[in-house]
Design a binder for this molecule. Structure first.
Ligand SMILES: NC(=O)c1ccc[n+]([C@@H]2O[C@H](COP(=O)([O-])OP(=O)(O)OC[C@H]3O[C@@H](n4cnc5c(N)ncnc54)[C@H](O)[C@@H]3O)[C@@H](O)[C@H]2O)c1
Length: 306
C-alpha cells in the first residue's frame, strides 16, 4: 500500500510515524516548507531499526509524488489558536485544502481520501467537490477522535480499562456534535446504568469542548496525538479491509433525513472506503440535534460557495 500524508505539521508527521510503525504501507509525507518533510521523514527512517518496522517514509515538496497512492490523508492547513473556533479557519484552509484536492485528483485519481483539516465537515465537502471522486472514496476524520475523547472521560470517571469502553459521537466536528450516551457502553453495559445523569451530561459537555480544552492548555496549536491515532485507525480499517464500524464524516444521501452533505455518522469502513452507512434508531431529540449540527455544516458550506 502507498499512503500519502499531506501536511507534515504536528498531525501529519505524527500520523506518518504511527502509520510507519504499524507497517500499514509505504508513506509519502508532503509539505510546502522546503526540507521539513524530508528532514522528518529521514528522522523517522532512522528510527526504523529501533522501532522495528520495514515501511519506508519519503519526504517531499512535490505533489507528483502522490502518484499511485491508495490512501491520501489531508492534514494541511492552519490549526486553531486559543479563542478561535474551527469555523474561523474556513477561508484560509479552504484555499489550502482546495489546492491539495486538485493535486490529489491529478496525481492520485484512484485514492481513498481522508480529510483531517478543519473545519472538518466543510473541508471534506470541498475535497469531495474538487476531486469529483465517488463519494464513498472521500471522508473526514472527526467522530473517531470525538468518540475516543468521550471514551477516555468515561474510563477515567469509572476507573475502568479504556479498552472496555465504547462510545458513539455523531454530527459535525463542532460545538454541536452529538455524543450518544445511549450507544455508549462499558463491556456491553450502558453507561446510563453505571453513572448518574449529571456526570454523563458533564462528560458530554467536556467531549464537545475536547479540542478547545487542549488548545487552551497548549496555548499554541491544537491536539495531535489523539487526532493522528484516530486517522490511523481509519487508514488501517481501509488498507486491511477490516470493515470496522466507525463514526466518520460521510456523504449522506437521505440517511437521518440528511441529503447531499458530509456529516458524522457510523459507517462500515473497508477497502472500498465507506462501504455502508449504518442508520441507528435515534430518539426525536437525538435526531433533532444531529440535523441541527448538519444544518450548521450546510451553512458553512454555503459561505464557501462550492
Ligand atoms: N479533524 C480533527 O479532528 C482535527 C484534529 C486536530 C487538528 N485538525 C486540523 O488539522 C490541521 C493540521 O493541524 P496541525 O496541528 O498539524 O497544524 P500544523 O500547523 O502543525 O501543520 C500544518 C502543515 O500544513 C502545511 N501546509 C500548508 N499548506 C500546505 C499545502 N498546500 N500543501 C502541503 N502542506 C501544506 C504547513 O506547512 C504545516 O506544516 C488543522 O487544520 C487542524 O485544525 C483536525
Amino acid at each position: 500500500m502507498k499512503i500519502t500524508v499531506v501536511g507534515a505539521g504536528f498531525v501529519g508527521a505524527t500520523t506518518a510515524q504511527r502509520l510507519a510503525e504499524k507497517e500499514l504501507g509505504d508513506i509519502v509525507l508532503h509539505d510546502i516548507v522546503e526540507g521539513m518533510p524530508q528532514g522528518k521523514a529521514l528522522d523517522m527512517m532512522e528510527s526504523a531499526c529501533l522501532e522495528d518496522f520495514d515501511s519506508t517514509v519519503q519526504g517531499t515538496n512535490d505533489p507528483a509524488d502522490y502518484s499511485g497512492s491508495d490512501v491520501v490523508v489531508i492534514t494541511s492547513g492552519l490549526a486553531r489558536q486559543p479563542g478561535m473556533s474551527r469555523d474561523d479557519l474556513l477561508l484560509k484552509n479552504a484555499e489550502i485544502v482546495g489546492g491539495v484536492a486538485e493535486n490529489v485528483r491529478k496525481y492520485a485519481p484512484d485514492a481513498i481520501v481522508i480529510v483531517v483539516s478543519n473545519p472538518l465537515d466543510v473541508m471534506t465537502y470541498l475535497v469531495g467537490a474538487k476531486t469529483g471522486f465517488p463519494k464513498h472514496r472521500v471522508m473526514g476524520m472527526a467522530g473517531v477522535l470525538d468518540s475516543a475523547r468521550f471514551r477516555c472521560f468515561i474510563a477515567m470517571e469509572l476507573g475502568v480499562s479504556h479498552r472496555d469502553v465504547e462510545a458513539m459521537v455523531l454530527g459535525g466536528h463542532g460545538d454541536d456534535m452529538v455524543p450518544l450516551a445511549r450507544y455508549s457502553t462499558v463491556s456491553g453495559i450502558g453507561i446510563e446504568a453505571l453513572l448518574p445523569k449529571e456526570k454523563i451530561d458533564a462528560m458530554i459537555v467536556r467531549t464537545r469542548n475536547g479540542g478547545a480544552e487542549i488548545v487552551k492548555l497548549l496555548q499554541k496549536g491544537s491536539a495531535y496525538y489523539a487526532p493522528s491515532a484516530a486517522a490511523v485507525q481509519m487508514v488501517q480499517s481501509i488498507v486491511r479491509d477490516e470493515k470496522r464500524i466507525l463514526p466518520v464524516a460521510a456523504y449522506c444521501t437521505g440517511q437521518y433525513g440528511i441529503k447531499g452533505q458530509f456529516v458524522g455518522v457510523p459507517v462500515q469502513l473497508g477497502r472500498k472506503g465507506v462501504e455502508k452507512i449504518i442508520e441507528l434508531s435515534l430518539t426525536e431529540n437525538e435526531l433533532k440535534q444531529l440535523q441541527a449540527s448538519a444544518s450548521h455544516v450546510a451553512a458553512s458550506v454555503e459561505k464557501l460557495g462550492v
